[in-house]
Design a binder for this molecule. Sequence first.
Ligand code: FE2
Length: 293
Amino acid sequence: MVNTIPTARVDDSGRLTADQLNAFREAGVLVLEDFVSLEACQRLRDRAQILIDEFDPSSVRSVFSAMEQTQLGDKYFEDSGDKIRFFFEQDAFDSGGNLKQSKENSLNKMGHAMHDLDPVFDSFSRTPALAALVESLGYDDPVILQSMYIFKPPQIGGEVYCHQDSTFLYTEPESCIGFWFALEDATTENGCMHFIPGAHKEPLKELHYRDDNGKMSFKTLDPSPWPENATVAAPVEAGSMVIFDGRAPHLSSANRSDRSRHAYTLHVIDRNSHYPPENWLQRSADLPLRGFD
Ligand code: FE2
């Protein structure tokens, strides 16, 4: 059993070496230091701030429950697969319904199609290095299914319970893989990611799906609990990217520090795998999924 999170660097080609690929296959997670430049991180943060400035929070107050990882029955969330939408932290509002912190320090996340709808996010998401890396992971026809900008704001950034992303982005066969870019240093104080190395070899434990009445639900596939005492923190510096298997269990603690922990994530699937109509994330025909071209 692996009990550490492998860390590596790729050369300018972006491709994983055979040893790096092997380390990823064994642990289900791989940290790549300095995968993106600090300038690229700053450009994305600046662009996110512009989008936040343009967002009027009085128009919608959708709160994303990081513990439940979803907003059951929330149309604003469920229709966001092909849009750019904003979700607040659960603790963002005071008893009078006013934001306790600035708008950018009240948000849980922005999602889920910035990579297709915003030129700055598009160019961050579609670099030759990332395309080559995905190819080296064995994807012949990868498509970027979703993007999320995760704020993990100071003081109120919510805890995220242990889960597998294939629960939410299920394909047949399973093909989901996550790319998590640290836009700021992620530490054990501000809520860095934690993984259970090697546990991606266990079954998918839950499926999140739309039932016959159109309501989002969870189905338990394997009731055995995660060995949460085996979790390993993955503190990383800004510019690092974490690759993780769709079955890799991961979690993060609440952020009670005075520093935010901004991150950007992409989830990629294989275009040729079946994408069920029961998945929460659906796109209109006007915005077809794209790869890295
Ligand atoms: Fe996740």
